[in-house]
Design a protein around this ligand. Structure first.
Ligand code: PHE
Length: 454
């Protein structure tokens, strides 16, 4: 039986808009604006996008709803949640541990790119970001990421900022910052999109985005699309389990899942509409890799009346979008430390930030002094990203699907989905089918085909 009252002992979100803003804040981040365009660019554009959207609908949405079900039902951190729902099956705790572990890895490389974003915010404040040529923007970025100090300093700065917000707690820290900055980012992206569409070459960019070309699309691209859908929606590691544990019992979690997944996908595609016309207009390679946004956008700002101000507003809101994601990752670790290891919030946050910063430095330096140090042919940064996004998150998503689809009590699931019969949920049957059969099977299939077994 689920009580309608929200939990009073734990900190929680204040209302419907609060949870949507926080969950969307977690989902929308560098994954949408930095990673999605360059992944799409490297994997054939529209072909990647079609498969990506298919994964969001068939796999992402059901897994997201499952995380909400688990988290709100258990009202606990990711490890404690699995344990609370199935106290006699201790192995599920391992899925929780994997989530905590991967939070460290993701934050390590996420901090690198967030640090680059802060540098670009700084450069736009110093008015250095307009009035250059396309080549100059490219070399500016290349020089910067190679530097052994500057990116590291910004990365640590960003991690400390993340830690400070998590220290303030859920309602005041996480929710307030998300509510202001997410709408700003959306407005700016729409504005930039309109500008990008007027550039010479815009048409080629749109064609690249929307006209399917499967010739650059391989089995590996399918895995990339799957990993990207988990990464972008913040799934497979308990971020949303942890956030859902702070959600009131009367919130409609089905509706929340649709809104969050919809907003996240919309913003990723919007980012593509901003980037690709500019990529073709300024002769940048769509497969340029992790630097794509940073070398493309300054060209757009340079062309706009008052571009300096656009640049400041853009990099500021991107920094905040990165923050609302990084705090959700850190919260997974801190909630676990606090509730399971009984380390108080403040101390948990400090330990986590120190460890992540140390790991993060290696990711950041892998663009400079550690460039030649590789693991299975990947730099440290790429290896961390690949392991986390393409391997661990899908494994986590698979486990969550098996847990809810095959082990959790259907009465509990129904009660949670309908908020104890408060809402009529028509999609239960579809959800049940997807989570029980399609999601695990599809993830397995993608894995096996990408390692060449099928
Ligand atoms: N979804 C976030 C983004 O797109 C990153 C993230 C991944 C956050 C996993 C939480 C968990 O930037």
């Amino acid at each position: 039986m689920i009580t309608k009252k929200s939990n009073t002992k734990r900190d929680g979100f204040s209302g419907k808009f609060g949870i949507i803003a926080a969950a969307a804040g977690s989902a929308v981040g560098l994954g949408n604006i930095w990673k999605f365009p360059y992944e799409a660019g490297a994997n054939g554009g529209s072909a990647f996008i079609i498969v990506y959207i298919l994964f969001v609908v068939l796999i992402g949405l059901p897994v997201m709803l499952s995380e909400f079900i688990i988290g709100r039902n258990a009202q606990k951190n990711v490890f404690g949640a699995f344990r609370a729902i199935k106290p006699n099956q201790k192995v599920w705790g391992l899925v929780g541990m994997l989530g905590v572990f991967v939070a460290f890895i993701i934050l390590a490389f996420y901090g690198t790119v967030a640090g680059w974003t802060v540098e670009y915010l700084y450069q736009s404040l110093a008015n250095n970001l307009t009035g250059h040529s396309a080549e100059e923007y490219t070399s500016m970025f290349d020089e910067f990421i190679k530097n052994p100090y500057r990116p590291v300093i910004w990365q640590i700065f960003f991690m400390i900022l993340t830690g400070l917000i998590v220290l303030v707690g859920v309602k005041n820290g996480i929710e307030k910052s998300a509510k202001i900055m997410m709408p700003l980012l959306l407005v700016l992206l729409i504005g930039l999109g309109i500008k990008a569409l007027t550039l010479d070459g815009a048409y080629k960019g749109l064609e690249f985005l929307f006209y399917p070309d499967f010739s650059h699309f391989t089995y590996k691209s399918v895995l990339e699309a799957l990993g990207q859908s988990f990464f972008s929606l913040s799934l497979g590691m308990g971020t949303l389990i942890t956030y859902a544990s702070y959600v009131a019992k009367d919130d409609n979690i089905v509706k929340t899942s649709f809104i969050v997944a919809g907003a996240d996908t919309f913003i990723a595609i919007l980012a593509g509409i901003v980037i690709f016309p500019a990529v073709f207009a300024f002769g940048i390679s769509p497969g340029a890799g992790p630097g794509l946004v940073f070398v493309t956008l300054p060209n757009v700002f340079a062309q706009i009346q008052g571009g300096e101000f656009f640049a400041i507003a853009f990099f500021l809101s991107l920094t905040v979008a990165a923050l609302t994601s990084s705090i959700s990752l850190l919260e997974v670790i801190v909630a676990y430390f606090k509730e399971e290891l009984k380390i108080e919030r403040k101390f948990s946050t400090i330990i986590a930030v120190v460890v992540i910063s140390i790991l993060g430095v290696f990711c950041t330096l892998s663009f400079g002094p550690l460039k030649d140090f590789t693991i299975f042919g990947h730099t440290i940064f790429d290896a961390a990203d690949f392991l986390a996004s393409n391997i661990i998150l899908p494994i986590g998503g698979f486990s969550i699907a098996i847990f809810v689809g095959w082990f959790m009590d259907t009465k509990e699931i129904k009660a949670e989905i309908s908020s104890d019969n408060m809402y009529k949920i028509k999609i239960y049957g579809v959800y049940r089918f997807l989570i029980k059969y399609i999601v695990p099977f599809a993830i397995l299939l993608v894995f096996l085909s990408s390692i060449g077994i099928i």
